[in-house]
Ligand binder design. Structure first.
Ligand code: C2O
Ligand code: CU
Length: 595
C-alpha cells in the first residue's frame, strides 16, 4: 500500500516536473513510475487486498489513459494532465475510499478532465469548447447521480406496521410483573470523591436505577421525561429532543426498542412512554437513551438490566458495575473512588462489568485468578481461570467475571483510572494494585472450549452483507461511513424472517468501531479469516479494530426494522448507521433517524 502511494506521488511529481523543465530523463522517469503503479496495483489485487477496487476500476485506468496521451503529444499541457491523473489516485483513496461508485468515479474523471482543459486554456490553447462541455457534462451527471443514490431507510409499502410488534402484557405462568418508573431529569450529582457533575439522570442518580428481573417475568418500565429537552440537534425534523429507552443487547420486540423516529417518537418533557417485554434470557444487559445518544448517554442517561435464571442463584457477592467516564474520571458502579468491601474467603464473587463509554476499557483483577463467565449476557463454554489478564470490554459490551474469594485481598482495577473496587478478607486493610493496562489482553477467540452451535461458518447463508467501515467524504460532509455512504444514505439491508444472515465487517479506517446490531445477537464465525478456537462467541457489540475483517452470523427471528450501527456513539452521530429491515415491515414514524 505504502509502495503504491509512493509510486503514485512520484509519477505525479515527475509528470508535472516534465511540464516545467524540458528533460527527456524526467519524462522517462514519469513513464517508469506510471508503469510501476500498474505493477503495485496488480500486486495488491493479486494478494487479495480488500480495497483495490477503486484503483483497478478508476484511478489506474485514468492514469494510464492520460499517460498514453502525454507520450503521444509530448506537450507540457499533456504532461500536466497526466500529473493530475496520477494525483487523483492517492487523493481518491484518502478522501473517498472504498468502494468507487459511478458518482465518485464520474466526479473524479470530470475534475481531472476539467483541470486539463483549464490548464490548456491558461497556456493559450483554443478550440477547447468540446473538452470543456464534456468535463462539465460528466461532472453534472456525477452530481445528479449522487442525489438519486439510495436514500431509503425503510420499506414504505410493507403491510406489517412496526408499532403492532409490541411486547406481551403478561408474564409467563408463574412469573411476576416487575414494574419500574424511570424519570429522566437534570440533576447535580455528588460523587464519592466529593466531585459534583451536572448530569442527565434517571430518578436523580447516575447510573439510573438497576433493573432486575428473573426469566419468565414481565418487565414493565414507565419512562417519564421531566426536563430533558436537549439532544435536539436541529439537523432533522425528527430530532425533537427528549429521551427513549433502548435495551442494549436484549432482543425485545421492535416496538419496545426505543429508537426515536423509527420505533417511537422521542419522549419530550412532560410526556411518558411504557415499555413492556418478557425477560426471556438471563444475563447482564443495560439500558440507555437513544435520542441523540452520543450526548444523552455521555451525560448519564444509562443504567443496568440484569436478568437472573429462574433457579435461585448461588449465594455470593453479585455486583453490577457499569463503567462510565464523567469529566475524565471513571465511575465504577456509582463511585469514582476505590471502594472497599469485606468478603469472607470462599465466597463466590461475580462482577458484571458494563462499558457505557464510546471506547474500549481494559480492566483486570489483581490477586486472584478469574473466569470470564459470560460476555454480552451469554455464558461462555467452560471458561478456564486466567491470571493477570487484561479484560478488554468493547464500548457497549459486558463481561461477567467470577472468582472465589481467597484468604488474601483482591482488587478490581481499571486501566488509565484510579477508580476500582477492593475485596478484603476480615482483618485485611490493604488491597493489591497493578497496572492492569500493561497485562496481555485476553483474546476471547481463543478462550474457553468449543461447543455445538445451531449454525456455523459452513452453513448455507440466505443473505450475506459486507460492511466496509471507513472515514471519508460522503456527500458534502467528512463522515464515518459504511460502504462509502453515511446515514441515511447507506442502503438498508433487507432480510426475510427465518433467514440465516452473514455479515462481513471490514475496518478500513484508523479508528476502532464497536459494531452493534439491535434485536439480535450474532455468532462470531471468524476474525481475519480464522475461526474461534475457544467457546462459541455470541456477542451484541464487538470491536472491529483497524484493518480487521470479522464475519458474524445470526438468524433473522425478530421481525422489525433495526438499527445496525457503530457504538462509538460519536461515530454513529457522524453517519456510521444503517438499518436492517425485514421484508414487509414498515415504520409508522417518518424521521430518517439515526438516534
Ligand atoms: Cu446501545 Cu443503538 O445502542
Ligand atoms: Cu465507529
Amino acid at each position: 500500500m505504502l509502495l503504491d502511494l509512493v509510486v503514485s506521488v512520484l509519477a505525479a511529481g515527475a509528470w508535472i516536473a516534465s511540464a516545467l523543465v524540458r528533460n527527456r530523463l524526467l519524462v522517462s522517469f514519469a513513464i517508469a513510475a506510471t508503469a510501476a503503479r500498474a505493477v503495485t496495483v496488480a500486486l495488491l489485487a493479486g494478494s487479495g487486498w480488500w480495497f483495490v477496487q477503486d484503483k483497478v476500476t478508476l484511478t489506474l485506468p485514468l492514469l494510464l489513459a492520460f499517460a498514453v496521451v502525454a507520450m503521444v503529444r509530448r506537450t507540457p499541457t499533456a504532461y500536466l494532465a497526466a500529473g493530475y491523473a496520477a494525483l487523483a489516485g492517492p487523493v481518491f483513496t484518502l478522501l473517498h475510499g472504498y468502494p468507487a461508485t459511478w458518482t465518485s468515479g464520474l466526479i473524479t474523471v470530470a475534475l481531472v478532465g476539467g483541470g486539463a482543459t483549464l490548464t490548456a486554456r491558461v497556456r493559450g490553447a483554443t478550440r477547447l469548447r468540446a473538452a470543456a462541455v464534456a468535463s462539465a457534462t460528466v461532472l453534472m451527471v456525477g452530481v445528479v447521480l449522487s442525489f438519486v443514490a439510495a436514500s431509503s431507510t425503510v420499506d414504505p409499502l410493507g403491510t406489517v406496521s412496526l408499532s403492532s410488534l409490541r411486547g406481551p402484557d403478561s408474564p409467563v405462568p408463574g412469573g411476576t410483573v416487575r414494574r419500574f418508573d424511570l424519570t429522566a431529569r437534570q440533576a447535580t450529582v455528588t460523587l464519592a470523591s466529593g466531585a459534583t457533575v451536572r448530569a442527565w439522570t434517571f430518578n436523580g442518580q447516575v447510573p439510573g436505577p438497576p433493573l432486575t428481573a428473573a426469566v419468565g417475568d414481565l418487565v414493565e418500565v414507565t419512562l417519564h421525561n421531566a426536563d430533558i429537552a436537549g439532544g435536539a440537534d436541529g439537523r432533522s425534523a425528527s430530532s425533537r429532543g427528549g429521551v427513549t429507552l433502548h435495551w442494549h443487547g436484549y432482543d425485545v420486540p421492535v416496538a419496545e426498542d426505543g429508537v426515536p423516529g423509527l420505533t417511537q417518537d422521542a419522549v419530550a418533557p412532560g410526556e411518558s412512554f411504557v415499555y413492556r417485554f418478557r425477560a426471556d434470557r438471563a444475563g447482564t444487559y443495560w439500558y440507555h437513551t437513544h435520542e441523540v445518544s452520543n450526548e444523552g448517554v455521555r451525560m448519564g442517561l444509562y443504567g443496568s438490566l440484569v436478568v437472573t435464571g429462574s433457579a435461585p442463584s448461588p449465594a455470593g457477592v453479585d455486583l453490577t458495575l457499569p463503567l462510565h467516564t464523567f469529566n475524565g474520571s471513571t465511575v465504577v458502579g456509582a463511585s469514582d473512588v476505590v471502594e472497599c468491601r469485606s468478603v469472607v474467603p470462599g465466597t463466590t464473587v461475580r462482577l458484571r462489568l458494563i462499558n457505557t463509554d464510546n471506547t474500549p476499557r481494559v480492566v483486570g483483577v489483581v490477586g486472584s485468578p478469574v473466569r470470564v463467565a459470560a460476555v454480552d449476557g451469554t455464558d461462555l463454554n467452560e471458561p478456564d481461570p486466567v491470571e493477570e489478564a487484561g479484560l478488554r470490554i468493547a464500548a457497549g459490551g459486558r463481561y461477567d467475571v467470577t472468582f472465589t474469594m481467597p484468604d488474601r485481598p483482591v482488587a478490581l482495577r481499571i486501566a488509565h483510572s484510579s477508580s476500582g473496587l477492593s475485596f478484603l478478607p476480615p482483618g485485611a486493610s490493604v488491597a493489591p494494585s497493578a497496572d492492569v493496562g500493561s497485562w496481555p489482553v485476553l483474546d476471547l477467540l481463543h478462550y474457553g472450549h468449543p461447543a455445538a452451535t445451531p449454525f456455523g461458518a459452513g452453513s448455507r447463508f440466505d443473505r450475506s452483507f459486507t460492511l466496509v467501515l471507513d472515514r471519508g467524504l460522503a456527500g458534502t460532509s467528512y463522515a464515518y461511513t459504511v460502504n462509502g455512504d453515511a446515514f441515511p444514505d447507506v442502503p438498508t439491508e433487507v432480510v426475510r424472517q427465518g433467514d440465516l444472515v452473514r455479515f462481513t465487517i471490514v475496518n478500513r479506517s484508523q479508528d476502532i468501531h464497536p459494531w452493534h446490531l439491535h434485536g439480535h445477537r450474532v455468532l462470531v464465525l471468524s476474525r481475519d479469516g480464522s475461526a474461534p478456537t475457544g467457546s462459541p462467541l455470541w456477542l451484541d457489540t464487538f470491536d472491529v479494530r483497524p484493518g480487521e475483517v470479522w464475519q458474524v452470523a445470526f438468524r433473522a427471528d425478530n421481525p422489525g426494522i433495526w438499527m445496525n450501527h457503530c457504538h462509538n456513539l460519536a461515530h454513529a452521530d457522524q453517519g456510521m448507521v444503517l438499518h436492517l429491515a425485514y421484508e414487509g415491515v414498515r415504520s409508522d414514524f417518518h424521521g430518517a433517524h439515526g438516534g
